[in-house]
Design a protein around this ligand. Structure first.
Ligand code: ADP
Length: 651
């Protein structure tokens, strides 16, 4: 059996059996009737309980038409667009009947389970052809019933939260439900009397397109649905969703019917929402941090440009919106990838947890990652990950920590120096004072003055002036004012002179000298180079307290002259060797109480040697002695001369 969109396309069937309106009210899927007009009960004979029972439609309607009815029921309930059907049915006595059914939605519902209201007309053959002539009382009864049913119908229509309307083909209203007055504020008669009421009260911005659209749809006899604004009686704009069906006859539109629902609140909510979303989007983009929001299943809900830039993410990777793919891309850039991965897993496992982590990238950047769960009400729906580039801050922090360490170290060195210096400067004063007192006493009493007292006093003065000279040299070096002379110096001859002087003051120590084959001329400051030699030799003597031979060797080493001073003394701990040439440095092997000294000699030596274009270093083994070497560039003539075959020989 055929079902049609619009019953009015079919002319009124001949032989209508029952002119009284047979009305029903129902809803839900599968369909159930909730109320049936007494006329309809009577017409088909089924009791009300049967109509209300589950599955009654399948008893009432022929199986062939059942599917069509169910489909129409669902569609009307969902869309609100009325439908009309012709069906084969069966009366309570089992007699076949033909029914014309009209379905209207009281309120559409997206799940297809909304309220429906409809009418039924009995088509030929008449169900009760032998029905007796109506009497006056039965006509009265029928009239009352019709009035009651009509009232109920009107009440139902007025109860619909929207304007139920009907117009002729020229858009002139022939019917509007009472809600019209409430929603737009114009009295109902105005709707019906003004020929172009709808057009006139359309919002000026919507008038052209809305009227054109509706006219076109009407011309094409097409049901349609659209949203536009009307201007209410109080001047406000009201958003209406209009669901329209076109009643046509032989392809010509005759009437329009529909329902206008006030959707102003939804529109405003939607506009507010759109505004909030765009505000959020702008906020997300304006932050200096890279942000990504992931759902529990790793779907990327939001991401900002900064994030994309921080991690150099190509557009193609973004398009897939898969957090796992992005995570792999990021992982390849991480220096501490394993550690970060573990931490990420841990955060994902405990959905409530928040965390701050530091990410080191292979390109040297340092990022701080902040992660917290994203909630919708009480439910956790994902996680927000924020990345901040803290490379500059971290570097500045490391630099300031380094400076602080250095400052502390400098303070410590200064304090150590003050304590050492005061000790060192005081040490020679006591014996000096003693010797001078002895000398004074002797002179006062006319006794002869022993030369050894004078020598010893002079030795202490020499020691004092040595310390003071070292201090002066150090401050000159610091101020860049240590001046050097530049003259040719024979290193061999200079070493011999220094050794001769030393032998005279330390006659009991063994000093061996391996002299070079030639004079080994260099350009430099004789006095300062002698100072270097003296310093190394005095250290060799000082730090080999149990005696042992001191060896000095001067030799040619390519274009350099090399001087080495070896002792068999206490040696130097390996970790201290690099620091020996620093200012005020005294190795652990020379505690303040054991060996005197300010820790300045080697510092001055290094400065002098380096300013001559040379290098100074030490080889040493704790407990087995040390060898200090320094090299100096030979004068050009000397350097280009062929080195003699003969090896240096000891003296
Ligand atoms: P100081 O006045 O302390 O001797 P130096 O600058 O000459 O200052 O030497 C620095 C430190 O190097 C000494 O305190 C000592 O610990 C170590 N040192 C120098 N020469 C020797 C050496 N020949 N044997 C062992 N240690 C040495």
């Amino acid at each position: 059996m055929a079902s049609t969109q619009s019953s009015e396309e079919h002319p009124e069937p001949a032989g209508v059996a029952d002119p009284s309106p047979l009305i029903w009210l129902g809803g839900g899927l599968p369909p159930r009737f909730r109320w049936v007009s007494p006329a309809l009960l009577q017409a088909l004979g089924h009791p009300l309980e049967a109509w209300k029972s589950r599955g009654f439609v399948s008893q009432l309607v022929h199986p062939e038409d059942l599917h069509g009815l169910l489909e129409a029921w669902g569609a009307v309930s969902r869309t609100g667009v009325p439908r009309a059907l012709e069906l084969h049915g069966v009366s309570a006595e089992g007699r076949p009947v033909r029914l014309a059914v009209e379905l209207n939605a009281v309120e559409p519902s997206p799940d297809g389970a909304g309220e429906l209201i409809g009418t039924v007309r009995l088509l030929a053959p008449p169900l009760q052809p032998e029905a007796p002539e109506p009497t006056a009382s039965s006509l009265d009864e029928m009239f009352r019933e019709i009035t009651r049913t009509q009232r109920m119908h009107e009440e139902l229509i007025d109860a619909i939260d929207g304007i139920v309307w009907e117009t002729d083909a020229n858009f002139r209203f022939t019917f509007v439900s009472k809600q019209a007055e409430r929603i737009l504020g114009y009295p109902i008669p105005q709707w019906l009397e003004e020929p172009d009421f709808w057009l006139k009260h359309l919002h000026p911005e919507d008038r052209d397109w809305a009227s054109a659209y509706c006219m076109k749809s009407a011309r094409e006899c097409r049901a349609h649905e659209f949203e536009y604004r009307m201007v209410a009686a109080n001047g406000s704009s009201v958003w209406l969703r209009d669901i329209v069906t076109v009643v046509s006859e032989k392809g010509v539109p005759r009437q329009l019917r529909g329902i206008m629902v006030d959707v102003t609140a939804q529109r405003r909510a939607r506009e507010d929402l759109e505004q909030s979303v765009s505000l959020l989007r702008a906020t997300l983009e304006s932050t200096a941090d890279g942000v990504i929001v992931l759902q529990q299943d790793w779907y990327v809900t939001a991401i900002n440009k900064r994030f994309q830039k921080l991690w150099s993410i190509p557009e193609a990777l973004l398009d897939c919106r898969d957090g796992r793919v992005l995570s792999e891309h990021m992982r390849s850039q991480l220096e501490n990838a394993e550690q970060v991965h573990e931490r990420t897993q841990q955060l994902l496992a405990s959905s409530e947890q928040e965390g701050v982590d530091v990410l080191r990238l292979r390109d040297g950047r340092v990022l701080e990652r902040y992660s917290r769960p994203q909630r919708l009400g009480d439910t956790i729906i994902g996680r927000v990950w924020t990345y901040r580039d803290v490379t500059v801050e971290r570097r500045a922090q490391a630099e300031s920590e380094r400076l602080l360490r250095e400052a502390r170290e400098a303070v410590r060195v200064r304090d150590d120096f003050l304590s050492i210096a005061s000790h060192e400067l005081k040490t020679p004063l006591t014996p000096l004072k003693l010797h001078l007192q002895v000398l004074k006493h002797r002179m006062a009493s006319g006794q002869p003055v022993p030369a050894q007292h004078v020598d010893k006093a002079l030795a202490q003065v020499a020691r004092l002036s040595g310390l003071i000279n070292d201090l002066l040299d150090t401050s000159r070096i610091q101020a860049g004012r240590l001046e050097l002379r530049h003259e040719p110096v024979s290193l061999g001859a200079l070493t011999q002179e220094v050794l001769a002087d030393l032998r005279s003051v330390s006659p009991h120590r063994l000093l061996e000298y391996e002299e070079p084959a030639g004079p080994l001329l260099i350009q430099g400051d004789r006095g300062r180079l002698a100072q270097v030699l003296v310093n190394l030799l005095e250290n060799a003597l000082k730090y080999s307290p149990t005696g042992g031979t001191i060896r000095v060797r001067v030799e040619r080493d390519g274009a350099q002259a090399r001087v080495s001073v070896s002792d068999s003394g206490i040696g130097i701990p390996p970790d201290q060797k690099d620091h020996l040439f620093e200012r005020f440095f005294r190795a652990r092997n020379a505690p303040i109480s054991g060996f005197g000294g300010l820790g300045l000699g080697l510092y001055i030596c290094r400065d002098i040697v380096e300013r001559h274009g040379g290098r100074i270093w030490v080889e040493s083994e704790v407990g087995h002695g040390s060898t200090f070497h320094f090299t100096l560039p030979l004068l050009e003539d000397e350097a280009s001369a062929t080195p003699p075959e003969t090896a240096p020989h000891p003296r």
